[in-house]
Design a protein around this ligand. Sequence first.
Ligand code: GLV
Length: 324
Amino acid sequence: MTKSIFITGKIPEIGIKMLKDKGYLIDSNPKESILTQRKLIKFLKNKDYDAVLCFLTDKIDRHVFDAVPSIKLYANYATGYDNIDVMEAKKRNIHIANAPADMSSEAVAEHTIALMLALAARIVEADEFVRQGKYKGWRAMNFIGTDILGKTLGLIGAGRIGERVAYYSKGLGMKILYTDLVRNERIEKEHGAVYLKSVEEILKISDVVSLHVPLLDSTKHLINKSNLSLMKPASFLINTSRGAVVDEKDLLEALQKKVISAAALDVFEFEPDIAPGLLRLDNVILTPHIASASIEARNQMAEIAAQNIIDFLEGKTPKNIVNK
Ligand code: GLV
């Protein structure tokens, strides 16, 4: 029987073509809007789907599993999969795959560097100033920023993204510190990164702190009021991981009180909502969860997600199953 796939939003054509070439029928959410769980369930009940290609905005948990118990594969179009209850899925023999594209690590690392340089050179504030017609001529003390050369970068999380951030930061002449659950010899050898045991040590010493950990019970609010106060007053915090790794309310207060100098956030604790006070601050840069949105990354993610589905439907174990 012809296999059917449901895709919860638009993805690059390259992935669709791979699935169509296998003769699968493909339905997708016709709108670009994010599906509520109720809407998603409604779509999934329309037909006997064999697999779902879902997004990090789709909450996949026991409500979905109860509603459509015959679907045995959810292929997440993301590296992170904190939107899916993987333990519950495992209990029910439902497979969950992610799409850890190399190019997505690359894109996130490049976005992180872009945010760091934009904070240092105050690019966004200055752009806003010009657009508002406030530029009345060169002044020696306008928008004084800071150099990155010689500064210390503290990486919290030294996986694939952390390594790529280290690669670029070394090129910018930064000293690199990192902490993680396990030591990463490659980041030490190739980029001269120095391992520190605790998050606290990283926060105390670094001029720029960048977060590259998955969202887990153990990393939720890893950055909070008490440890933000350890950071240097001139330091920057960058978050391109998951919003809830940072207690957003505590960060807002720290930025308002200048406990730290500035922050750049690509992710938010209650996405798409953003703590209202953040929008009024000029010492924060906000981007809408687009760190991995390069065309190279998006295409590779589509290929990986499609391949996960093809392998599963052909009776093989997909490479990226996360709940074996
Ligand atoms: C993006 O946030 C991803 O996890 O791929």
